[in-house]
Unconditional design. Structure first.
Length: 192
């Protein structure tokens, strides 16, 4: 009887141990990117808009992401990002134009190297970007074509290479890719 009880307890402990390793299926992260699609779009539009010749300042994309790992290799989730730009008139030092970019994309992540403290992956995201352009009254009076607009467009992110490092649950990451998260993106991620 004691042997059976010991075997049952050992089996339960082994099952709990295996399940504990498999329980890290959820992943949340926060990131900041450089060289994003919205940054490129903002550079082009501000050079031909009412704010041409103004001093522009761009920030973002700043974002969050969530993945649910359906297997050790594949994670399904979503990415949300926020970026913005302000164009300031050189003479009056007032904002002529401000752009806000909100992006929401379903996403898939492929973990092709998985170690306890290190991993490498690739990913693909595709979704929608909402662009809101706001032009101040002075810019509208000097250019009759200048107006406030809201545009919805397709957006994507192709992550060629992502590297994550740290503990099994809490990691930093750096990504190289193309799209709304940027050519270079870095952040922190928590798995549970």
């Amino acid at each position: 009887m004691k042997k059976i009880l010991v075997m049952v307890v050992a089996a339960m402990m082994a099952t709990v141990s295996v399940n504990a390793q498999d329980e890290l299926k959820h992943e949340v992260g926060a990131f900041y990117g450089i060289g994003s699609a919205s940054n490129l779009f903002s550079t082009i539009t501000s050079s031909i808009s009412a704010a041409a010749g103004d001093q522009s300042s761009f920030w973002g994309p700043i974002g969050v992401e969530y993945y649910y790992h359906v297997s050790p290799v594949v994670g399904l989730g979503a990415v949300a990002a926020y970026a913005g730009c302000k164009a300031e008139d050189k003479k009056t030092h007032k904002d002529d134009l401000s752009e806000t970019f909100l992006t929401f994309m379903p996403s898939v992540k492929f973990n092709w190297l998985r170690k306890k403290h290190f991993g490498m992956y690739s990913g693909l995201s595709a979704g929608v970007m909402l662009l809101s352009v706001s032009v101040n009254d002075n810019a509208k009076s000097s250019d009759p074509d200048a107006k406030d607009e809201t545009v919805t467009t397709f957006m994507f992110q192709a992550t060629a290479l992502g590297v994550e490092f740290g503990s099994e649950a809490f990691r930093g990451f750096v990504e190289a890719g193309l799209g709304e998260k940027g050519e270079i993106c870095a952040g922190l991620r928590y798995k549970f």
